[in-house]
Design a protein around this ligand. Structure first.
Ligand code: F6R
Length: 242
């Protein structure tokens, strides 16, 4: 596993955007796995800046998001669909029919999971998967205890994840408690993985990922079984590791 230690959130965002842009510029068709949450916001900002200043094109890019809340429609302002449109898709002119996010308002959630897996399996895994990490070591919404062989599935979010994400909901009574998430085995099909971590809240999770055992209790530890993972983390997040 390659670790790039950076000074702070801003440097993490610049370095990760650079790696993504190299991929975007290197191929005629690029598939990216994308994350939401606060961690990749700076990276998306850098991608938008590069698109505006240097005219980098995204019309050959196909995206596959990790997760979506159950019960929110794509137009709900608190859905991950809306997040992606606001922070990236609408700002780099990527064709929306090339963007994929699990449908959390599907009537048949199990069918939706199968559909999503076959989409990703049909491309043989994405070229580059961007990941954040939860304070409890989750990746996507694969909470502690999730099988490493899991495919896309419906998950009951843990109290710690609900609390960490509560700030994004104006009315907490409307915060979904379930989500659809790409499973760990699907994430591991990615050809290359880029995990970002910033700030002291991520210290424990990074310590378990980098210094602990490979165990389903720490979903991110599955990344130790993948041959092409880069972690970009700031000094605060790496404090227990150094
Ligand atoms: C989001 C996702 C989650 C987040 C994680 C960290 O699509 O898959 O695993 O990456 O919860 O969230 P932030 O970045 O808000 O600390």
């Amino acid at each position: 596993m390659k670790i790039i230690e950076v000074a702070d959130y801003e440097e993490m965002s610049r370095v990760s955007a650079q790696i993504i842009l190299e991929k975007v510029k290197s191929k005629e068709r690029v598939t990216l796995g994308l994350a939401t949450g606060s961690t990749p916001l700076g990276t998306y900002k850098e991608l938008v800046r590069d698109h505006e200043e240097n005219g980098t094109r995204f019309d050959h890019v196909h995206t596959y998001n990790l997760d979506e809340y159950v019960g929110l429609t794509s137009s709900d302002p608190e859905s991950y669909h809306s997040y992606m449109c606001e922070h990236l898709f609408n700002r780099v002119s990527i064709p929306l029919d090339q963007t994929n996010i699990p449908n959390g308002s599907a009537e048949e959630l199990l069918q939706e999971c199968l559909r999503y897996d076959s989409l990703i399996e049909s491309i043989g895994g994405v070229d580059l998967q961007l990941l954040g990490i939860g304070q409890n070591g989750h990746i996507g919404f694969n909470e502690p205890g999730t099988s490493f062989s899991s495919k896309t599935h419906v998950v009951d979010l843990t109290p710690s994840t609900l609390e960490a994400n509560a700030e994004y909901f104006t009315d907490l009574s409307k915060q979904p408690t379930r989500a659809l998430t790409m499973g760990i085995s699907i994430i591991l099909q990615s050809k290359e993985i880029l995990l970002l971590a910033s700030g002291e809240k991520k210290q424990d999770a990074l310590f378990h990922l980098l210094r602990g055992e490979i165990t389903e209790t720490v979903p991110a530890s599955a990344l130790n079984m993948h041959g092409n993972v880069t972690i970009i983390a700031d000094s605060q997040a790496l404090k227990l590791v150094n």
